[in-house]
Ligand binder design. Sequence first.
Ligand code: ZN
Length: 593
Amino acid sequence: MKLCIILFLTMSLCAWSQHAEKRKEITYKVHSHNDYQQGFPFWNAYINGAASIEVDIFLKKDSLYVAHGEHEIIKGNTLEKLYLDTLQRLSASNDLRELQLLVDIKSEAYTTLDKLIEVLENYPVLQKSGKIHFVISGNRPKPGDYTNYPDFIRFDHQDLSNLNTIPLEKVALVSLDFKRYSVWNGYGRLVESEWEAVKRIVKKVHSFNKPFRFWATSDTKTAWARLAQLGVDFINTDKPERAVPFLNQMEGNTHRQEAPIATYLPEYDYPKEAQPKNVILMIGDGNGLAQITASLIANHGQLTVMGIKDIGLVKTAAYDDLITDSAAGATAMATGSKTDNRAIGVGPNGERLQNLVELTSEKGFNTGIVTTDAIYGATPAAFYAHRKERDDSRGILEDLISSELDLFIAGGRSKEVILQKNFKIVELEQLTDLEQPVAIFLGENKTPPPNQDDSYPLSKSVQHALKVLDKKKEPFFLVIEGAKIDSGGHANDIEKIIGEMLDFDQAIAEALRYADTSENTLVVVTADHETSGLGIIAGDIQGGTVQVDFLTVDHTGIPVPLFAYGPQAHTFGGSYENTEIFEKIIGVLFHEE
Ligand SMILES: [Zn+2]
């Protein structure tokens, strides 16, 4: 057991410090309330990074028991055994970190405190380490007597009225009963008057340069967040293992967009029943409803995609798994068939499936792919390749060389040499015509992130692609992928999710603008799956602030939205499988009048 605890401790400390290194969050102080009632008293709070631990003590027969009252005393559960010996061992092995030990005296104040000081005489290392702050709470001596105790003993003062008359140097913090100021249940937010009252209290305590704690607060994520935002220094909880990571990630999980990016409002004057000539299929990889909504809030309530009125709900399961990957998800849309995860353009038995690029090429369409992923990434590959394994990039590139694709703009420059045989490789600005298949590389692997010096907005690539496709005066099928919304999801990085989503939204604006000038272009915007189980837990549309939380670092099984604009857009309404996107595109393009 001991070994387990040490291993657990080492692993947790590693995970803790790695995480702290990855993101520079504000660290809030968590107070482990009634710590002795935890399954692992002390350890649970300590390894999870609580800054303060509460120990109730009761003096009986000259021993200090860890208990709330006399009736709860368990033989052997002394303060020494449950806490002080452990702290001393940690100190001996140089593993002791700074910690406030809030000793909550449940028996008579003066005799119990005298006994505590007597006991602590046996732990000179803890007294002198400077790392353990012994703070007396519960039954305390009168403030006038605070100075009668040794330097290493300070107090948890619980009265606001006499802060200017007591010996403040003996006060470690000020604590009050939350229930005296608010009836809030920890959901939603405090009513305005209570919010203001709490702010006034915190401000008053801070004006005396003392940290502040409430007890009897609700133990929810919302409560921890609100109290932290109100400036409460020690957040009271019975769940330190959840509160510490939640609070430490709170800043990182909050995105603020200073100024909104411009959005485009589509004109809606296309002939609704006409047959579209061109189709633009736009796939936001991992772009679920929460990703879209978080970006909408961050962009101060405006998003181009939200201006599209014809909406569907797409079920994304793979053939062999409820949770799809991008390979099976894109294959479903590209070929109309469900397949196993990892498969590209082939069925569960390896059978070759005809895709939209091949089908539309046969009918004389020009075809193109614009993506922020490498061209051999799973999503773009499903539109030209037929391979059982998405990581078979050599095979995928062979398929690309022999494909019908007329144009791609993507990352993956490292494979440029292989593709020179069949594609004319140019720079984006040099793209003037499609007299022969053209390839444009915008990055070694994936394209650089938006707002970086060497980055190209996806909208710019889309603009160039549409310019040359339009010039041909022939029908076209264009796939556009915002690939890295998914990467942001896998990394649980809300800034990246929103940055990539807004980049994708500007590309959507470009496609809609084109549809409005051409009047015979159908634009379909959807996702292959949701990534990260993103949830929106707080925010402010006016300020462009959104706070999120994540369920996983993987894809999830929730349906994704589909937005359709242009002739026949209404046929995309309803709830259906991802394979129907293929059926519907074929239906609107090739149905006989
Ligand atoms: Zn993914």
